[in-house]
Design a protein. Structure first.
Length: 288
């Protein structure tokens, strides 16, 4: 019964998010309504932003102006880190410009502090009409779509992906690798997916994040491609040696997407975790 209740609660939450996300096609605006909404945990922030990202993908358009209503909204201190991180990543991935209006004093101060730290224009207005007028002054870049130049060639990926059929383990080496933007993510994940398709089987994934950098402009696409690949081809995934920024982002996403981040310090510890996962699967199948 608990599972049914959980699914019902998730559906109700999804409906609540959806009614707060609208797309004004003629103005190229994504209208997000945080009015009277209280973010009381990082998990709630992540679930809301997961839904925003999904709704943007559903439009088939990559770029929108963001119009955000903060009237009587509240972001509790324990939710601010997630709110700031997810908002920054979403803006870098999908925004032609963001305008905010009717923020309360505490929220306004926090947005202005973030704007100073991250060096962006907070574009804060007292009312909706003024916010929309500001968007009308901004440059529309959707029709001239951003096409990132590739930073890597296939040869850069070949040595970073290997397979142990006896595991069965796929090792992915992101060590000292930087994902600058969505093109880097797609190029690398296209290669991984092609290799898995050729193998015609599922694998345990062991991922080395030592000194890996996933820049904010790449995070939305990285999270989407990683989630899709895990769902399609992973028997279980373990990550090791992430830096603090990468680990924090992985853990944030895990809160709302119902997966165990399975983060370990070393490859040896990661392989121990894989062995335990494999044993559990075999036990579930009635095998020793």
């Amino acid at each position: 019964m608990g599972d049914v209740s959980d699914r019902t609660d998730a559906a109700q939450m999804g409906n609540e998010f959806d009614r707060r996300i609208r797309f004004l096609d003629d103005l190229q605006i994504m209208d997000v309504d945080f009015q009277d909404f209280r973010f009381d945990s990082s998990e709630l922030v992540n679930r809301f932003y997961d839904r925003i990202e999904a709704r943007i993908r559903d439009t088939g358009e990559d770029k929108w102006f963001f119009l955000i209503n903060y009237s009587a909204s509240r972001i509790e201190p324990e939710a601010w880190l997630a709110f700031s991180r997810r908002g920054k990543a979403l803006n870098l991935a999908h925004s032609m410009g963001s305008v905010r209006y009717d923020a309360g004093e505490e929220t306004r101060r926090q947005i202005e502090r973030d704007a100073q730290t991250e060096r962006f224009d907070p574009n804060l207005f007292s009312d909706r009409d003024s916010a929309i007028a500001r968007i009308g002054q901004m440059t529309r870049t959707r029709r001239a779509r951003v096409s990132h130049d590739p930073n890597y060639a296939t040869a850069d990926f070949v040595r970073r992906v290997s397979f142990d059929p006896d595991g069965p383990i796929m090792d992915v080496d992101f060590a000292h690798f930087t994902f600058y933007h969505s093109r880097d993510v797609d190029d690398f994940y296209d290669y991984i997916e092609d290799r898995i398709k050729d193998s015609d089987r599922k694998w345990f994934f062991v991922i080395n994040y030592e000194d890996c950098k996933i820049l904010p402009a790449a995070w939305v696409r990285y999270a989407y491609r990683g989630k899709r690949l895990n769902k399609a081809a992973s028997l279980g995934t373990v990550r090791y040696a992430p830096g603090s920024e990468t680990e924090a982002e992985i853990r944030l996403r895990a809160e709302s997407q119902d997966f165990d981040p399975n983060i370990r310090n070393t490859r040896a510890e990661a392989l121990e975790r894989i062995a335990a996962m494999k044993a559990a699967i075999l036990a579930g199948m009635g095998r020793t």
